[in-house]
Design a binder for this molecule. Structure first.
Ligand code: PLP
Ligand code: COI
Length: 338
């Protein structure tokens, strides 16, 4: 049973739920991990996670299906991505089984916060990990904390399935040989200023171009970009500095196998937007958010419509969300029943 909340009105804001999972890595191994009530962490003032950004995080959701049961969407993919993030910044990995077990424990312990089916809201899970212990030199920490907390959320971008507009930024979030493909906090700190400028100028968020040439689309705020060409090819950018999104990976598969579209992962030129009839942002928080228009160098490029979602974007959304909510049968292994 879900609590009594105004589920339809939820945005993407912190809500304290009952229990969260905490596990500590010390002397070369992880402890058992436990659920705790306290939503504050007590750590050394000399934690690398506080000074040197030795930190990473994940985002995934729990969905209540029509029968009232709860399911996760591809949690093994989040576990694997977190392991890659850990490798990049020299943190010990959380084994996939431990990662999924932590998520399951947190969902079960906060079951009343999983929104009812049909409200549009879901339970967002935030696994994260950072270096602790006493270290003041720039080197990996001697200890680590891995946590998972959760909160019910609604739409990340205000429009939901109504298109929103974006603007390109002159700032970079990640460099070609940097940490863009890892889900580390530093990338997000680097995005705050660009995000603020875009929002103050009246846009939902900014679009990052490739740092080397500023000619190719990389990401849409904290989401991946996709476009549907005028001859129905699903295109999404390929670059070593974008986050390999699980939603994007899933849409590539669904576009090809469920919608019978051709798919391409390749460069997307910011001066070539004419090739697309529809575009969108995709991610766990963003789900699929249609892009109404992109402004670049003072010129505005409108896609399908600024007020209505295009038909292919809608079909992709219905297919993805249908699987996430258990209304459609997804590919083997995508849904993890709790
Ligand atoms: N790109 C960035 C920068 C993100 O923060 C996210 C969100 O996780 C994504 C893309 C989409 O990834 P996913 O679909 O795995 O949520
Ligand atoms: C997600 O979609 O899970 C994200 O991490 C995006 C954002 C809230 C940082």
């Amino acid at each position: 049973m879900s609590k009594n909340f105004n589920w339809e009105q939820l945005g993407f804001d912190y809500i304290k739920t009952d229990l969260r999972y905490v596990s500590v890595w010390k002397d070369g191994k992880w402890d058992e991990g436990k659920l705790v009530e306290d939503n504050y962490l007590k750590v050394s003032e000399a934690s690398t996670g506080l000074h040197y950004g030795q930190q990473c995080f994940e985002g995934l959701k729990a969905y209540r299906n029509k029968e009232g049961n709860i399911q996760l969407f591809r949690p093994d993919e989040n576990a694997k991505r977190m392991q890659r993030s850990c490798q990049q910044i020299l943190m010990p990995e959380v084994p996939t089984e431990k990662f999924i077990d932590a998520c399951v424990q947190v969902v079960k312990a906060n079951e009343e916060y999983v929104p009812p089916y049909g409200t549009g809201a879901t339970l967002y899970l935030r696994p994260f990990m950072f270096g602790t212990g006493h270290t003041v030199g720039v080197k990996p920490a001697p200890e680590y904390i891995f946590c998972v907390f959760c909160l019910p959320v609604g739409a990340y971008f205000k429009g939901g399935m109504t298109p929103v507009n974006f603007v390109t930024t002159k700032y970079d979030r990640a460099a070609p040989y940097g940490t863009g493909a890892a889900k580390v906090g530093g990338n997000y700190a680097a995005s705050l200023f660009a995000h603020k400028e875009a929002v103050e100028a009246g846009y939902a968020d900014c679009i990052y171009l490739d740092a080397a040439t500023h000619t190719k689309i990389e990401e849409v705020g904290a989401a991946n970009f996709f476009g549907i060409t005028k001859d129905n090819v699903f295109v999404t950018p390929k670059s070593p500095s974008i986050l390999p999104g699980i939603t994007k990976k899933s849409l590539l598969y669904l576009a090809e196998h469920y919608l019978n579209l051709k798919t391409e992962e390749r460069d997307v030129m910011i001066d070539g937007l004419d090739e697309f009839k529809e575009t969108g942002a995709c991610g766990t928080a963003a789900v699929i958010t249609p892009i109404g228009a992109i402004s670049h160098n003072g010129k505005k490029h409108v896609f399908h419509s600024e007020t209505e979602v295009g038909p292919i974007t809608k079909e992709l959304y219905d297919t993805l969300v249908g699987i996430q909510l258990g209304d459609l049968v997804g590919p083997e292994g995508w849904v993890y029943n709790i």
